[in-house]
Design a protein around this ligand. Structure first.
Ligand SMILES: Nc1ncnc2c1ncn2[C@@H]1O[C@H](COP(=O)(O)OP(=O)(O)OP(=O)(O)O)[C@@H](O)[C@H]1O
Ligand SMILES: [Mg+2]
Length: 197
């Protein structure tokens, strides 16, 4: 059993995970605020591409290794703690500022925001250890915020266990934006052409 899965600690952290302000719900669990600077994600251990509970902590180790320079560059939130508690897996990570790209597509700034995300994907791939890509890159898995007069993306919810060609990251992002906002179909096509080369 991993050292961070002791039953008392698990009970405490499970209770903690119910307290903060609700931020989002996915297919396998939910994310809540955890103090002012962190979020806490509770999910079923056998979720997404993960088949066994015991794959969770190794995945967090992979996240830290593969993404160390991405985290340093501010393109993904660092993970503080991870717990494997029976069927429940819990991650505490830095809170990313802003809102999802999905919730930003109606803004007048949307074309600029989308371009910042495309530039971000190019940078993400250049910093991630090959052959990894994000693996589940859609518009709710990127948060955007403005610093000064520039939009900045932060990528979350990496599916590092899903080994797909990096070209799928571009495809998934393009499809998710153009399904939600068909008026950005051409824009996403031309940005893919510009940044994925
Ligand atoms: N580090 C973070 N900082 C701020 N908000 C976050 C963070 N991680 C997740 N969230 C919020 O919680 C939502 C769900 O998070 P995440 O994508 O990790 O979970 P999920 O279970 O995969 O959800 P989905 O299936 O909708 O993608 C995000 O869309 C975002 O709004
Ligand atoms: Mg997600």
């Amino acid at each position: 059993m991993p050292s961070n899965s002791n039953p008392q600690k698990c009970e405490k952290v499970k209770q903690e995970a119910k307290k903060g302000k609700f931020l989002g719900k996915g297919a396998f669990g939910e994310v809540r605020e955890h103090g002012a600077h962190y979020v806490i994600k509770t999910e079923k251990c056998k979720s997404g591409f993960r088949k066994k509970a015991s794959e969770f902590v190794p995945n967090v180790t992979t996240y830290r290794k593969v993404l160390s320079s991405v985290i340093k560059a501010g393109l993904a939130p660092p993970i503080k703690d991870a717990y494997e508690c029976g069927d429940t897996c819990i991650t505490i990570m830095k809170k990313a500022p802003g809102q999802t790209l999905t919730n930003s597509l109606h803004l007048p700034d949307a074309p600029e925001i989308i371009e910042s995300v495309y530039k971000g994907i190019r940078k993400l791939h250049s910093l991630m250890k090959a052959p990894y890509g994000h693996g589940d890159l859609h518009s709710s898995n990127v948060l955007v915020h403005k610093t000064g007069n520039k939009w900045k993306p932060k990528f979350i919810d990496f599916a590092l266990e899903r080994k797909l060609a990096r070209s799928y990251d571009w495809k998934f992002m393009k499809d998710s934006i153009s399904q939600k906002s068909p008026k950005y179909k051409e824009l996403t096509k031309s940005l893919e052409h510009k940044y994925s080369k």
